[in-house]
Design a protein around this ligand. Structure first.
Ligand SMILES: Nc1ncnc2c1ncn2[C@@H]1O[C@H](COP(=O)(O)OP(=O)(O)OP(=O)(O)O)[C@@H](O)[C@H]1O
Length: 236
């Protein structure tokens, strides 16, 4: 569904993405992991068209998306930190986005319901807790039934029950054949929802394998231990 070919991005002298080639299939949950600053968000932003790579290509369903915009309606994005106009109410933010996406007739309001956002509809975005803002971001990401979801540390800041709701939603949408990319530092969570792990280190793909293969190769039952083993072996 997404094919990335020889992607490079630099900021000044800093090589943030260094010849990244990888492909992700529909119906999979892929966890993008890697140390802070390894290029995960930059890669997501390249797919979203928010950052233009220096070279290389990104294809969705076989077509290059570089410098194109229409494809973005197929992607739901949940940023690490959602930024909204402080004085707009939740209700206004949701109806504004729905207005922009008038093309979608059947909206998915499941997360609005499960998170009880309607009861808070008249609260301004500036007065919300970080976790509640995250819930609004999650509800918006899933709302227009996108084929691809990019979730940047989606459960950071969510209480455990709200995080469970989101994980169930991720698995439900995966069953519909969607591709879901998740950046996360929480390995237990990755293990629960992802099929594959792609690890970036210093802007290069260190590995991209299924969780089952990672565990089998390292002889470790726990993903966090398996990944630590791979990273340590690479250093030796
Ligand atoms: N707009 C920018 N201008 C200059 N440098 C940038 C910019 N955006 C990102 N960087 C740098 O690129 C590198 C990769 O950043 P990125 O946000 O992609 O990392 P990440 O893997 O998502 O990190 P984290 O796990 O901390 O979220 C970092 O060194 C960061 O400082």
């Amino acid at each position: 569904m997404i094919t990335i070919e020889n992607l490079r991005k630099t900021y000044g002298k800093l090589q943030v993405l260094n010849d990244v080639s990888v492909s992700f299939a529909a119906g999979r949950v892929v966890s993008v992991i890697g140390p802070n600053g390894s290029g995960k968000t930059t890669l997501s932003k390249c797919i979203l068209g928010m950052v233009l790579p220096d070279s290389g290509d990104i294809k969705i369903a076989g077509e290059s998306i570089l410098k194109k915009y229409a494809y973005r309606s197929q992607i739901g994005y949940m940023p690490q930190i959602g930024r909204y106009p402080e004085n707009m109410k939740i209700r206004q933010v949701i109806s504004m986005i729905r207005d922009i996406r008038k093309d979608v007739k059947q909206v998915d309001e499941e997360l609005i319901g499960l998170y009880g956002l309607t009861a808070m509809y008249n609260k301004s975005m500036g007065s919300l807790s970080g976790g509640t803002k995250q819930k609004v971001s999650a509800a918006l990401a899933f709302m227009f039934d996108p084929k691809i979801l990019i979730l940047d540390e989606p459960t950071a800041g969510l209480d455990p029950i709200s995080a469970e709701i989101l994980k169930s939603k991720i698995l439900k949408e995966k069953k519909k054949g969607k591709l879901i990319l998740i950046t996360s530092h929480i390995m237990s969570e990755v293990e629960e929802v992802a099929d594959e792990v792609m690890c970036l280190v210093d802007g290069s793909v260190k590995f991209h394998e299924t969780i089952a293969d990672i565990k089998a190769q390292t002889n470790e039952m726990r993903l966090s231990k398996a990944i630590a083993k791979i990273m340590n072996d690479e250093e030796d």
